[in-house]
Ligand binder design. Structure first.
Ligand code: DX5
Ligand code: ZN
Length: 234
């Protein structure tokens, strides 16, 4: 198992001072900035696009992890790559040609991720493992922050972990396993025990009360829970 990574979703940040929010959350120990793109078509909400990605790129050296909840997908990939994205994930139902879209992401110089909704089958992974750098399991239905974690994600994560480990035996490549939606201190340990290494958390981090240490306090709490999983594995 690789190191654990915390990826705050800026969907729950204060957009009036986004650059400062990113600096603060990275200073507080975040590893990756999760950037949720919604189009009011694939999902019933509308958020941020490549101009915002470009604007935050100079603010941080942390990886920018673009989660595309848009349909169609392909035209936006070179634009986000140019805007500074490091990782680009998309939902297979939103692409006519999943293999082609995955190849396009790597051709643009980014890491490629496939995002699976709670009811989306793992069969989508069958023929594309070689093309993947990240598998994103949605633990809520996409579209909004602040929803509750769907428990069946844990079994799904265990299955994906088996697939990743079997695949790594073949080619030595590491595929990240990310969970997105409803992650917080009270459930992150169970999620990690199911084989997840990268944790998206929006409301749990950005709504953390200052009285409890703000972003540093909550990221510390998440890491303390993960530390217990590490200790048990050692
Ligand atoms: C939902 C987004 C998530 C969301 C997570 O469609 O993909 O990244 O912002 O937010 P929380 O952690 O509040 O569930
Ligand atoms: Zn997301």
């Amino acid at each position: 198992m690789s190191a654990f990574r915390i990826a705050p979703s800026i969907l729950s940040a204060d957009f009036a001072r986004l650059g400062e929010e990113i600096t603060r959350v990275v200073d507080a120990g975040a590893d990756v900035i999760h950037f949720d793109v919604m189009d009011n078509h694939y999902v019933p909400n509308l958020t941020i696009g490549p101009l915002v990605c470009q604007a935050i790129r100079p603010v941080t050296t942390a990886l920018i992890d673009v989660h595309l909840m848009v349909k169609p997908v392909d035209a936006l990939i070179p634009i986000f790559a140019k805007a500074g994205a490091d990782i680009i994930s998309f939902h297979p139902e939103a692409s006519e040609h999943v293999d082609r879209t995955l190849a396009l992401i790597r051709d643009c110089g980014c890491k490629a991720g496939l995002a699976l909704n709670p009811a989306t089958s793992l069969n989508w992974l069958d023929h594309v493992m070689d093309r993947l750098d990240l598998i994103l399991l949605m633990s809520v239905n996409p579209g909004f922050g602040g929803q509750s974690f769907i428990p069946s994600t844990l079994d799904k994560a265990l299955s994906v972990r088996h697939r990743i480990d079997a695949h790594r035996d073949e080619d030595g490549q590491e595929i990240w396993l990310q969970v997105d939606g409803g992650v917080k201190a009270s459930n992150i340990r169970a999620i990690a025990e199911a084989g997840v290494d990268t944790f998206v958390a929006g409301s749990a981090i950005f709504n953390a009360p200052d009285a409890d240490g703000g972003y540093r306090g909550v990221i510390g709490e998440l890491r303390a829970e993960l530390g217990q999983v590490m200790a048990r594995a050692a």
